[in-house]
Design a protein around this ligand. Structure first.
Ligand code: SAH
Length: 335
């Protein structure tokens, strides 16, 4: 296995204000090519509900945002999205949503097993927030393969500035270790440039990731949403996100690292630059066009207007321009 750089080396890079970022991206790209070649994995993202019982201060679909128009997809809707995605070459479906009480274990297990029965050569990834260990186990037994749950920030003091008292970092971390113990391929990550974030917070994020050793690491810039308590804060920057993608690639050569929609939102070439800085996954939207704009986590989110096929084609071109190649296999981690 390719050994990554140490946390101390990562901290040195982070603390060097005038670090040559171009060189850093090239170094990360070299490592990424040694492990994954020029392959970019695609995941079909299905945003199936924007109802949420939580009230995260940064998020546009938080419970208290009375301006949000709420929707939830049915099992049939989700199945149709997946069918369309399968035809387009997707072999991973990511079901993401707010923490919506409608999707009990029974309902969710039904959706997962239906997907796995109909598309046995595909992976099902869930990204539906914090649940009990029993719930995670039931979903795993129903066929879910992977789970994405960003820790958001690894220091309690910062976590508590981003979330109401009803939520805790302790529980979020416990969820991540539970998922791992059950046998999921686990993804975590954090927002870059979130309100009150310091360099020390970021160092703690990197340290936490070395403890968790996730298969997937998702980071993206924090982006303001006007209907949240954080409406007057600044968004995170392209440069810092790219630098952190490179650092993560150097620390975790094996990891699946997406070039996120948030990165594509703050800069027209954000996702291409993310790939060149070390990312190796893209997640085109498979949600029905009619609801896409409603999964409104942050301002000016891209990819809300096109059909799935258009999204797929657009990303294919972007990936090629950046110098890589989309592969349509299931895309498991190379650990
Ligand atoms: N309910 C699920 C999915 C949350 S949405 C969960 O709790 O995991 C997926 C991710 O979007 C979040 O983990 C968060 O990191 C990111 N996100 C939310 N609001 C954002 C914002 N304003 N800017 C950038 N990213 C945001």
């Amino acid at each position: 296995m390719h050994k990554g750089i140490s946390i101390d080396d990562a901290v040195k890079i982070l603390n060097t204000a005038d670090y040559n970022d171009k060189e850093l991206y090239e170094r990360a790209d070299k490592v990424r090519r040694e492990v994954y070649g020029d392959a970019v994995y695609i995941r079909g993202l299905i945003e199936f509900t924007n109802y949420c019982k939580n009230d995260c201060y940064y998020c546009g679909i938080r419970k208290s945002n009375g301006f949000a128009t709420r929707y939830r997809l049915t099992s049939d809707d989700i199945f149709e999205c997946a069918k369309e995605g399968y035809k387009l070459g997707f072999r991973t479906f990511v079901l993401q949503g707010g923490e919506d009480g409608y999707f009990t274990d029974k309902v969710m297990c039904g959706i997962v097993s239906r997907l796995k029965e109909n598309f046995p050569d595909c992976a099902v990834t869930l990204s539906i927030g914090e649940r009990s260990k029993d719930s995670y186990k039931a979903l795993f037994d129903a066929g879910a393969d992977r789970y994405l749950l960003r820790h958001e920030t690894a220091e309690a003091e910062h976590y508590n500035k981003l979330h109401p008292e009803s939520m805790s970092l302790e529980n979020r971390k416990r969820c991540l270790f539970n998922l791992k113990e059950i046998g999921y391929q686990v993804g975590s990550g954090f927002m870059v440039g979130s309100p009150y974030q310091t360099i020390d917070n970021i160092i703690s994020d990197l340290k936490f990731l070395t403890e968790l050793e996730p298969d997937m690491i998702g980071i993206g810039p924090y982006i303001v949403h006007d209907k949240t308590p954080f409406k007057d804060f600044k968004s995170g920057t392209l440069e810092q996100t790219l630098r952190l993608i490179s650092i993560l690639r150097l620390m975790f050569p094996y990891a699946l690292i997406p070039s996120t929609t948030a990165l594509g939102t703050i800069h027209p070439k954000g996702r291409e630059l993310g790939l060149k800085a070390g990312a190796n996954v893209v997640m085109p939207n498979l949600s029905p066009v009619g609801v896409r704009g409603l999964y409104d986590l942050y301002k000016d989110k891209i990819c809300t207007g096109e059909e799935a096929a258009q999204c797929r084609g657009c990303l294919e071109r972007r990936v090629e321009t950046a110098g890589y190649r989309i592969v349509t296999d299931i895309g498991n981690v190379k650990k």
